[in-house]
Design a protein around this ligand. Sequence first.
Ligand SMILES: CC(=O)SCCNC(=O)CCNC(=O)[C@H](O)C(C)(C)COP(=O)(O)OP(=O)(O)OC[C@H]1O[C@@H](n2cnc3c(N)ncnc32)[C@H](O)[C@@H]1OP(=O)(O)O
Length: 499
Amino acid sequence: MNGGPARPDARALIRAVLDAGTWTSWDEPPADTAPPGSEYAEELAAARAKTGYDESVITGAGLLGGRRVAVVACEFSFLAGSIGVAAADRLVRAIERATAERLPLLAAPASGGTRMQEGALAFVQMVKITAAVSAHRAAGLPYVVYLRHPTTGGVFASWGSLGHVTAAEPGAMIGFLGPRVFESLYGYPFPEGVQVAENLFAHGLVDAVVSAADAREIAIRALSVLCVPERLDPVPEPAGSDADVGAWQAIMTSRRDDRPGVRTLLKHAATDVTPLNGTGAGENDPGLLLALARFGAAPAVVLGQDRRSQRAGGPVGPAGLRVARRGMHLAAELGLPLVTVIDTGGAALSKAAEEGGLAGEIARSLADLVMLDAPTVCLLLGEGAGGAALALLPADRVLCAQHAWLSPLPPEGASAILYRTVDFAPEIAQAQGVRAMDLKRDGIVDRVIPECPDAAYEQQAFCERVATALEYEITGLLARDPAARLADRLARYRRVGSG
Ligand SMILES: CC(=O)SCCNC(=O)CCNC(=O)[C@H](O)C(C)(C)COP(=O)(O)OP(=O)(O)OC[C@H]1O[C@@H](n2cnc3c(N)ncnc32)[C@H](O)[C@@H]1OP(=O)(O)O
């Protein structure tokens, strides 16, 4: 377990991540938790002498790219970074202070879990640490976790798994029960390659695997989005489009292989992009992309249907909508603007999708999004077929690319329902009012983004136009009173179609 690459200890990690010379310790001498003269008292004294740390955790504050942050980190060389009452008290005091001072909190665990010498009382410390982290999050403050080698047990199962964003150290052993404990208990080894950072990433459990050397830049980038500015400078209103494109022409254009999708949009026209990995709780869906990003100065959680992955690997299924709902909850908890991007030929139609709760996930996405306590912008970017599209629609502001569309199911399906043949798809699409101009007329869309003449021919310029429109809308929404914003959203969807 110790034979791997050299890894920084807690102080070296903090030095590598924070701006030079800005660290201030918040630690006070730990309370004595060991009965005097006990074996545990001797172990504590030996650990102090050997490591130069007074407990298994250190806490404090410093600057990260000029932004003040609080940090809590484990020191594994001190009794395996294990958490007893004194370490838990230190952690909780630091988390509470970070909350009171409204600082983002960075945590860097590395631990054998609960400190065995302190037994059940140490075990229950997980509750108070979890409560403190939850209160920090409930106050709308970011919590970013960097899981280091090794992280196990009650640390992984409490503050190690509660991050808004979670990264892990390459090759780190990260697992619930330590492998040598497992082997002693059961008499055979735990399977190889399971409790490893890269495997956690492959299973949608952590967002990224990054070295300590890269952690600084990644944390700066993530916090530049997670920390919502008080106000943004107003942005001039961009021009809209009133081009009268036929419905079938729009649908054909939206289906071009070379039409820019959400990935192209982020690549060409967003900054500080931090991809998040699935639900962070064990599910992923390549059809649904989740990321933090900025459009101009405006920060956003972006969740978008990825056209390329859907075409290659299958359409958005229930897991994709659970990824989307992770993004919605993240936005709501931090008061971050949310941008949803609709670009789907339809949801997954399969046994697995039905049994995975597709219809229920569409319902829950709709419910979460329409009620979301955060500014929301929907971008209809390409195809907008069926419930998977509608699940991402109900936002404060809805933008629509000139050739994007929205329809209850693909027009071929509507034709099949009415005429038992797909041959009337063009006429039905026209009649169903699926085009950008129709959606605007009906109050479903607020702004149509021009394509000159087709986004596929002007990818960079089109993406920049979209980003400018997103920045304009987000800036306007952030300046509004949240209660009035939500009331307007609800009134809008209550009114739609009723005049
Ligand atoms: C709710 C709970 O948290 S219950 C506890 C669940 N925790 C676990 O299952 C993990 C238990 N620990 C382990 O499996 C291993 O120690 C690992 C994987 C974390 C690290 O393995 P290694 O790097 O090989 O280190 P090693 O096992 O030698 O541990 C280092 C020292 O820390 C001690 N230690 C490890 N975990 C703990 C702990 N939770 N409490 C107290 N001491 C611990 C070890 O006994 C060892 O002490 P020693 O040097 O005096 O023998």
